[in-house]
Design a protein around this ligand. Structure first.
Ligand code: BGC
Length: 366
């Protein structure tokens, strides 16, 4: 072969290789897209890690994107994943209503949509919902306060999650159902919500009634907002609303900041405070006696259920479900997981012995 011919052949081969490399990059097919709400809360970083652990050694091509508290970013993330050719979208919405537009875009592309942990509301573009039993989370929080409060007329401080999150309604509804009779019989007196006070004789609250209370005592799932609200409430509270108090805090992030505020008020002699998520920082608070309890939601199970469902869909099988949730537009078929109440007494058994966390992540563990 002539030298010039050889060179042009080599050039062609190199060009082909470059084109091929370029193609595989731009076409990088992803079969399951995962969208999580924010990296700013340990809960969702935990979910990301558990997804990564579950996917180790599997052949599924997945991509996890975070919406950073923005529904616009969330929609952009979904569009990115649609363009990468996903067949299944697992999405935990930032805002249940606003996410409808994002999943409707996915549906148009024949993508199966699985709502993860939080329901997407008021749209028919959700196929499945994988969730913990959120009513049971709220009920466990309320029941803990009932079981551990002493005497009568205990001041009860109520806090809730973000009104844009359907779970905030379920948690509060679950808690209210058990707490309301104990408010009615004088075990507790509501300390910080005129809306709850106005509804204290009603065992079952409508969505609108729940909205009124949540609107007043929301933390927006923001630890700072929770802290500011708690400070405002304690500044306004007279002596009869201090002493031994009970606090319904919706999750661990808000519980720790509310606990810090109540713990530094010398007129508060003791406080009970609830939480959920079993975040590491809250497990330390529980061990140290600064947070009374948390509700452990084993994210490994949720991830396993969501990925299991996705794989069945990819294999063109029908996923198994255990019930359904009304999202305001359709009944969404759901797979639901139980939760575990954790306090100082069972923290080691539930979280260390189950290999969820390592003992040396904590100090003072017995
Ligand atoms: C989740 C909780 C979480 C909260 C704030 C809820 O939808 O179920 O686990 O603490 O959002 O991110």
């Amino acid at each position: 072969m002539k030298k010039s011919k050889f060179l042009s052949l080599m050039l062609a081969v190199v060009m082909l290789m470059l084109v091929a490399a370029g193609c595989s990059d731009s076409n990088s097919e992803v079969s399951v897209g995962i969208v999580l709400p924010t990296k700013d809360e340990p809960r969702w970083v935990q979910d990301e890690q558990r997804f990564k652990d579950a996917l180790k050694g599997t052949d599924y091509t997945t991509e996890i994107l975070f919406s950073q508290g923005s529904s616009a970013k969330e929609k952009e993330n979904v569009e990115t994943l649609i363009n990468k050719g996903i067949d299944v979208l697992i999405i935990c919405p930032q805002d249940g209503d606003a996410a409808a537009a994002a999943v409707e875009a996915a549906k148009k592309d024949d993508i199966t949509v699985i709502a993860y942990d939080r329901l997407i509301t008021n749209t028919d573009a959700v196929d499945y919902y994988v969730t913990f039993d959120s009513l049971a989370v709220g009920a466990a929080q309320g029941q803990y306060l009932i079981d551990n409060a002493k005497g009568s007329n205990t001041p009860l401080y109520l806090y809730a999650g973000a009104a844009s999150d359907n779970n905030a309604f379920l948690f509060f509804e679950g808690a209210w159902k058990v707490l309301q009779p104990k408010i009615a019989d004088g075990t507790f007196k509501i300390a910080n919500s005129s809306e709850a006070e106005a509804l204290k004789d009603k065992a079952e609250l409508s969505r609108d009634e729940l909205s009124k209370i949540i609107g007043q005592v929301t933390t927006n799932w923001d630890a700072n907002e929770a802290k500011n609200k708690a400070q405002t409430h304690l500044t306004a509270a007279k002596a009869d609303l201090k002493g031994d108090v009970a606090i319904l805090a919706p999750n661990d992030g808000t519980a720790r900041s509310i606990a810090d505020v109540f713990g530094s008020d010398s007129a508060v002699s003791s406080y009970l405070v609830t939480g959920q998520d079993a975040e590491k920082a809250s497990i330390q608070y529980v061990i140290d006696g600064k947070q009374s309890m948390t509700v452990f939601k084993d994210v490994r199970t949720l991830v396993k259920d969501a990925m299991g469902m996705a794989v069945e869909i990819l294999d063109e099988k029908k996923p198994e479900t255990t019930g359904s949730y009304d999202n305001g537009n359709v009944e969404v078929k759901a797979k639901q997981t139980n939760v575990i109440v954790v306090n100082k007494d069972n923290v080691k058994k539930e979280l260390i012995d189950s290999d969820y966390y390592k003992a040396d992540d904590f100090t003072g563990l017995e």
